[in-house]
Write a protein that binds this ligand. Structure first.
Ligand code: CA
Length: 400
């Protein structure tokens, strides 16, 4: 009876609050009882109790919950740990499906880049009485708990509250619920949309006085583990281990990858407001999106630091190697990759520098992540990417 009374009080409290809050799904929530118990024990004030409630959609009724956080260990060798970093030699990263002969042009092939993620916010649309996701950036799956992306994807102007931030993995066509290969017989496993637990932007991230941004890198921790499958896998980071370099047939990630035609992947979410041209900058305040439903890929040559500086009229320094640039070919649309999304390489032909990802045991290694560039896609200006090799220590320190 007392229990029932408490629920009535709770419902009244919920109804009396006019502020509609976003709500987590039931699987992501702890029970209402926890909150009630705390309220009874005096650990929560009435206003805190109200604050912790949220209003679900009209059809699913009211719920009061905080997301349940999965607890994980910190063992670097345990694939289930947030501290885990997969290595090429363990065959735990960079793998993909060869689904040749399907989809041409700049559409990516399903399963070809299984390490990609799309990041964004969820909002409640009262007219439709449902939640809507708005994707704005790309990222990569580096382990079950972490997505690597650009820091500019999580500035204060981009996010309203962490409780509204989600990551989507295993998706291919963002407009469809179920993604199937042509013919319809083979379908991808359902995509996973997971609530974000924490965003760790590099603390030195800033808008550079000379244009663009510096230290544009971020780690996004999830509230629960990603389930891997054929279409959801880890990317390899450029750790520089002997086996990894041998697999790519290179000795380093600087000189030896110049000219290589890397692949930039995404759905075309160019949320960046940072360019080197102040006029372009002001025009793009609302964010210029060229989003496509189907995952896109574009191959772009990696340029030397000297070339990059020249192409940016020496307004941008590539000296410290913390960034790299790729592209710069007239008509080649470097905007097809997402902000925060990957620039990856694989085995390549020495003479043509074209990637040959169809050979046995070839793996995807992420050398860059899309930071900024020109807003005029295909204008001949290269795109600027955060150089991952320079942040391996930072990544390792922050995986916990
Ligand atoms: Ca889909």
């Amino acid at each position: 009876m007392r229990e029932a009374m408490m629920y009535v009080i709770l419902m009244l409290l919920i109804i009396s609050t006019t502020q509609a809050r976003d709500c987590y799904s039931n699987e992501e929530c702890t029970d209402c009882n926890d909150l009630l118990q705390k309220f009874r024990n005096g650990e929560l004030t009435r206003s805190q109790l109200v604050d912790d409630q949220c209003r679900s959609t009209k059809s699913s009724g009211f719920t009061c919950c905080k997301p349940a956080k999965e607890v994980a260990n910190n063992d670097q060798n345990d694939e289930n740990s947030p501290a885990y970093l997969p290595r090429v030699e363990d065959h735990k990263c960079g793998q993909f499906l060869d689904s040749s002969n399907i989809v041409g042009g700049e559409d990516a092939k399903p399963g070809r880049y299984p390490f990609t993620a799309v990041l964004g916010s969820r909002y409640y649309n009262s007219t439709q009485d449902k939640y809507i996701y708005t994707w704005r950036c790309g990222g990569t799956i580096i382990n079950r708990w972490y997505i690597l992306t650009a820091a500019h994807c999580y500035t204060s102007s981009n996010i309203r509250a962490i409780s509204k931030e989600y990551v989507n993995v295993g998706d291919y066509d963002l407009s469809t619920e179920k993604d199937c290969l042509p013919g319809g017989r083979t379908c991808l496993e359902p995509n996973q949309i997971i609530l974000v637990q924490e965003v760790k932007n590099n603390k030195d991230f800033r808008r550079s006085p000379r244009g663009g941004v510096d230290y544009d890198i971020s780690l996004v921790k999830l509230t629960k583990k990603i389930e891997t499958n054929k279409y959801v896998r880890f990317v390899c980071l450029p750790l520089g281990l002997p086996n990894e370099l041998r697999r790519l047939n290179i000795n380093n990630y600087e000189q030896d990858i110049i000219g290589v035609r890397a692949h930039a992947i995404g759905w075309g979410y160019t949320t960046t407001n940072f360019t080197l041209d102040s006029n372009e900058d002001s025009k793009s305040k609302t964010g210029s999106k060229f989003a496509k439903d189907i995952q896109q890929k574009v191959d772009l040559p990696i340029l030397s630091n000297n070339e990059c500086e020249k192409l940016f009229d020496n307004r941008l320094s590539f000296d410290d190697g913390k960034r790299m640039c790729a592209g710069g070919e007239q008509g080649k649309d470097s905007c097809k990759g997402d902000s925060g999304g990957p620039l990856v390489i694989n085995k390549f032909v020495k003479s043509t520098k074209n990637l040959v990802p169809d050979q046995e045991e070839s793996v995807w290694v992420q050398v860059g992540l899309t930071s900024f560039g020109s807003n005029k896609c295909g204008s001949g200006k290269p795109g600027v990417y955060t150089r991952i090799t320079k942040y391996i220590d930072w990544i390792k320190q922050n995986l916990n």
